[in-house]
Design a protein around this ligand. Structure first.
Ligand code: ATP
Length: 377
């Protein structure tokens, strides 16, 4: 097949707006009033544990599921009542569902057969461009059974892209692949999305995948979006304990909230030690009251350990309990004077000092990394 330029497939990404979207199954809300705005050309992930409503949300955008309430708008047009084929949307599922008796090229071009506005020559050109985009030009004549799992998933992606939707929905598209292949395909997906410019909405329960792939991430729990932001925002500034825990390892500590300390800073007391933390960015008028019981979170890689002599601000003394070797880093578990244990990550480079179990240490909680959580609503 002649080489085609992927520009043949570049599309105009669509904007998606979900307004108070709800879906109830057997009297239980699977999706419970979601509001989201996904701008044109964004690679947007919906992340959450099994059963939190990710697929149901995606199916309502695609038109496979009818909402019980709320609206779906694409490019400003209300498509809530439109069937799937009337929406400028295509979906890639975890199971690729390729036709086993058709070649790779025919699988990719299958949906174009029904398009009266695409003649045979244009169809061939688009198929060629799609195969080039997913780096499968050399496999055009093979059958799906002659491909690896990752290659089959790339065929499924090409089959969706060839139709040039404004929005591509991807439901755990890498879920059936082994860890190494998932990792390499993630970056390919990002590259393809940048090249075609289509809005991608990607569903996953894998936090690492969502952080690595996305422009923005919506974290879902029990049918609701609990936080939405860039990967850095949701990882470094989790608003709730659920988000902190779901996105990697988090040290969550009980704290007494003190008075505002200027700017976004807040005095807190952990055990009997006064420290300063950063307040949550988006409180919606739900700020922790002074003198209330609250929680603070800090990621293990942001904690600093030093010997007791090295004094400074925002510190608590501790005792090293145990070390867990993790290859590039060592996890140091430290017990604080009032009982709780925290994990710190120390890089295993030659300069880094390692403290054996039983060593008294000073634990520094940098103020920008120590974050007060929003009160549970
Ligand atoms: P997973 O990661 O396991 O795919 P998910 O976050 O995509 O989970 P959904 O598939 O959206 O979750 O399901 C959300 C909730 O709705 C679950 O409790 C599920 O059992 C329920 N549910 C989904 N589809 C139906 C259905 N057709 N009938 C009844 N309940 C359903």
């Amino acid at each position: 097949m002649a080489k085609q330029t992927p520009a043949n497939l570049s599309g105009r990404g669509g904007t998606i707006e979900l307004v108070e979207l709800c879906r109830i199954f057997d009297d239980r809300p699977a999706v419970d009033g979601i509001d989201l705005h996904i701008p044109q050309g964004e690679l947007f992930s919906v992340l959450g544990p099994s059963g939190c409503g990710k697929t149901t949300t995606l199916r309502m955008i695609a038109g496979f599921e009818r909402p019980n309430g709320g609206r779906v708008l694409i490019d400003g047009v209300d498509v809530t009542d439109d069937p799937p084929h009337r929406r400028p949307v295509n979906t890639v599922f975890q199971s690729y569902a390729l036709f086993p008796h058709l070649s790779v090229a025919d699988n990719v071009g299958y949906g174009l057969r029904w398009r009266k506005d695409v003649d045979k020559a244009e169809r061939r050109a688009k198929i060629g461009a799609a195969l080039e985009l997913v780096q499968l030009s050399a496999f055009a004549d093979r059958r799906p059974a002659q491909l690896s799992g990752g290659e089959q998933q790339r065929v499924a992606l090409a089959r969706a892209l060839v139709l040039q939707p404004s929005v591509l929905l991807l439901d755990e598209p890498l879920g059936a692949l082994d860890a190494r292949l998932r990792k390499s395909l993630r970056q390919e997906l990002v590259g393809i999305q940048r090249e075609v410019g289509i809005t991608f909405v990607f569903v996953t329960h894998d936090q690492e995948e969502a952080l690595e792939l996305s422009d923005r991430v919506a974290v879902m729990d029990h049918g609701r979006v609990v936080q939405c932001g860039t990967p850095r925002e949701v990882y470094e500034s989790p608003q709730t304990e659920f988000v902190a825990d779901f996105l990697g390892v988090a040290n969550v500590l009980e704290a007494a909230c003190g008075a505002p300390a200027g700017g976004s800073r807040r005095s807190v007391t952990i055990g009997s030690f006064p420290l300063t933390a950063t307040e949550p960015a988006d409180l919606n008028g739900n700020a922790p009251e002074p003198n209330s019981a609250g929680k603070v979170v800090i990621r293990p890689e942001r904690i600093r350990l030093s010997t007791p002599a090295e004094a400074g601000a925002n510190q608590i003394p501790g005792m090293v309990d145990r070390l867990v070797y993790l290859g590039p880093t060592t996890q140091v578990v430290v017990t604080l004077p009032h009982g709780p244990q925290i994990q710190a990550l120390v890089t295993n480079d030659a300069d880094e000092q390692m403290y054996p179990p039983g060593t008294p240490v000073t634990v520094t909680f940098p103020q920008d990394a120590l974050r007060l959580l929003a009160p549970a609503s």
